[in-house]
Design a protein around this ligand. Structure first.
Ligand code: CO
Length: 211
């Protein structure tokens, strides 16, 4: 059996099991999608949103990319954000990074990963530069790496708050709250490191006055 065939076989078994447990399961999911959360996570295969939060299909709207970045020219991410905030009316947006993130680690090196990866990782190098002083004080390389993972998540949450999508929803609906979390690959535990409740003031230059 080819490796991908196992996935299809497992899928059949899973679908059958779901229906046996709850005959209405798929019928219900087909007709409603009202997730309360948007999850922006890393593409890393070890950080599956539903599994680590013990949630079911229908509960979390998900976007994943390398090192969970929120880039204000990323049409893909912005489409997901707009759909989740404006149409699904999610109450919380969670940026979840993880310790041991390969993307963050790569950005800490001087290695040339060639375009397009260099372009992507540049954003993390910019986070490092913003916090050079703090990071320079951390002598232990592993701790420095962990801290950059946390700082990266905080920075991405702030990027969310700088979008007109979030500012408009904050003004009109007092939602969503923004959360920055870091998942531990070693113990499976999520560490909440940052939060911006709806309406949190942001730097004046980034505020839109004509929403
Ligand atoms: Co990662």
């Amino acid at each position: 059996m080819k490796t991908y065939e196992r996935l299809l076989l497992e899928n059949k078994a899973w679908a059958q099991e779901k229906v046996e447990d709850d005959p209405d399961y798929f019928n219900r999911l087909t007709h409603i999608q009202t997730p309360e959360f948007l999850w922006i996570g890393c593409s890393d295969s070890r950080v599956p949103a539903n599994e680590i939060t013990n949630t079911q299909p229908g509960e979390i709207f998900v976007h994943r990319n390398v090192a969970n970045l929120v880039i204000h020219t990323d049409v893909n991410l912005l489409s997901v954000l707009e759909y989740a905030v404006v149409h699904l009316k999610v109450k919380h947006v969670i940026v979840c990074g993880h310790y041991g993130c390969g993307g963050v680690k790569a950005a800490m090196t001087n290695h040339d990963f060639k375009q397009v990866l260099n372009m992507w990782l540049r954003n993390i190098k910019d986070v490092y530069r913003l916090h050079t002083d703090e990071l320079a004080d951390i002598k232990d390389e592993e701790q420095k790496f962990d801290r950059l993972v946390e700082l990266n998540v905080m920075e991405q949450v702030q990027h969310l708050a700088k979008t007109s999508i979030i500012q408009k929803a904050w003004q009109n609906d007092q939602r969503p709250d923004l959360h920055g979390w870091v998942y531990g690959l070693k113990n499976g535990v999520i560490n909440p490191v940052f939060e911006m409740k709806a309406g949190t003031p942001i730097e004046k230059l980034y505020q839109y006055d004509d929403l």
